[in-house]
Design a protein around this ligand. Structure first.
Ligand code: IMP
Length: 440
């Protein structure tokens, strides 16, 4: 079975763990969007591995692919490979990077940082150069793909691109004059030529590889980066990332048939948000701080504290709609143990009530359902037992909350994660069965 795994809120939902769990049966694990702005944390035994670009399936010796809509920072990709080896894992499968993949160049990072520092149009990016690289990609003329990097005339192309960007680079204080531009170009070309040698063996066509694999009945897990509400089209613009983070983006960007895939939404028990942008259910009180601390809500890429909120069913239902989720995997429910919580079921603004997730969130405040939920804390041993016994053994108030979530969003739950550890997860419905049930 082929599955696309998507974050249902604003990212950091724990997709890494879910992908790692279901990748056990997969032949390929594929990343389709974003870049090293993402940070996927996977805990295996006493090892904690953080990967930014490399799909987490690499830890299980799977074949992994990086699709053409990813923005690849070569240095960061090579560090990911090193992190895997340093933590005692072997890279046993293939690594394939699409030749159409765009590269993050040093000036993208400088431009991103400088735009954020200028204040006026700051959106709280991760400063990994994603926005400027996406801008170049859309220009069609000022971009650099891996294919470009592997050509003999790469230094010439880079120089032409930099000349086209001269005014912007000068305005941002990155280069002063023509002389400096030439030296800047040479320095980057020489550094990137070294990466070319290292990347060349990994380069190929992800679309051909995946389509052939599907034809041969192999199983593919597609791993989304960020979350649906950060989608460049459907997200909370302008506080979004520069790629499609939704399931449709996976299909168009990888060039695969959507009918071959099941779509799994990863819904953290509570939403979090990093960077700027309104967040209707945000908790700015002691409860928020407690969840942040216990859930270790600090960015894996930037170390920034993540803002934390009450569960938001309006956002989840919207996310389910724009992605077509077949099922949810609920993560970090253990963090809500010992805390009273409610879920938002509508938004209100100046007396108007809506169950739709508004494009612009200004002035909208959440309306919570009357039900308040509370379940006792549980130990790791109890979590292991629940994971072994199955869904029915979960605490009643937790299941009651899940009933409200499922009823409201009309999406069944197929997994509940009770701990960062891979094995401490309850599997409710096999995804395949869930899809068949929905199709009836
Ligand atoms: P950028 O992707 O670095 O341009 O940042 C744009 C927005 O997306 C900012 O609000 C970031 O905090 C957010 N963002 C980017 N990547 C992630 C992620 O992996 N998790 C959560 N937020 C992210």
């Amino acid at each position: 079975m082929n599955t696309v795994v998507i974050g249902a809120y604003w990212g950091d939902e724990g997709k890494g763990k879910i992908v790692d769990l279901i990748a056990a049966d997969a032949d390929w694990v594929v990343r389709f969007n974003g870049g090293d702005n993402a940070g996927h944390t996977i805990v295996i035994g006493d090892k904690r591995v953080i990967l930014h670009t490399l799909p987490s399936g690499v830890l299980q010796g799977k074949n992994v692919a990086i699709g053409p809509d990813v923005f690849l920072n070569p240095e960061s990709f090579l560090k990911d490979c090193q992190e895997v080896v340093n933590k005692g894992f072997k890279i046993a499968g293939k690594i394939l990077i699409d030749e159409r993949t765009h590269l993050i160049m040093p000036y993208h990072i400088s431009l991103d940082s400088s735009q954020e520092a200028s204040g006026e149009l700051k959106i709280g990016t991760t400063k990994r150069g994603i926005g400027p690289a996406a801008k170049d990609k859309a220009s069609r003329t000022e971009d650099i793909t891996i294919h470009d990097l592997l050509q003999k005339d790469f230094p010439k192309r880079l120089y032409a691109v930099l000349r086209a960007k001269k005014a912007e680079l000068a305005e941002r204080g990155i280069i002063k004059d023509e002389d400096e531009l030439a030296k800047y170009s040479e320095a980057i070309a020489s550094r990137y030529n070294k990466y070319a040698g290292k990347l060349r063996p990994f380069t190929g066509s992800v679309a051909y590889e995946l389509n052939e694999s599907i034809r041969h009945g192999k199983s593919i897990i597609v791993e989304g980066a960020q979350g649906a509400l950060l989608d460049i089209v459907h997200g909370t613009r302008p506080y979004v990332t520069s790629s499609n983070t939704t399931a449709g983006g996976a299909f168009s960007n990888l060039g695969v048939n959507p009918r071959e895939f099941t779509i799994l939404g990863v819904a953290k028990a509570y939403p979090t948000r990093v960077g700027e942008g309104l967040f209707p259910t945000e908790l700015k009180d002691e409860l928020g701080r407690q969840i942040q601390k216990e859930g270790q809500e600090f960015g894996a890429t930037t170390g920034r504290p993540r803002r934390v909120g009450m569960p938001d069913l309006v956002a989840l239902k919207y996310s389910a709609m724009i992605n077509g989720f077949d099922a949810f995997a609920v993560t970090k429910i253990d963090v809500l143990a010992g805390k009273k919580f409610k879920a938002a079921i509508a938004y209100e603004k100046e007396g108007a009530i809506t169950a739709r997730f508004p494009f612009k969130l200004d002035g909208w405040s959440p309306v919570y359902s009357d039900k308040e939920y509370y379940f006792e804390r549980f130990t790791e041993q109890q979590a292991i037992e629940m994971a072994g016994q199955g869904y029915d053994s979960l605490p009643d108030p937790m299941k009651e909350y899940f009933r409200e979530l499922v009823q409201f969003t009309q999406v069944p739950i197929s997994m509940v994660s009770l701990s960062p550890k891979r094995e401490i997860t309850v599997r409710k419905n096999a995804l395949q069965r869930t899809r068949e049930h929905l199709q009836k």
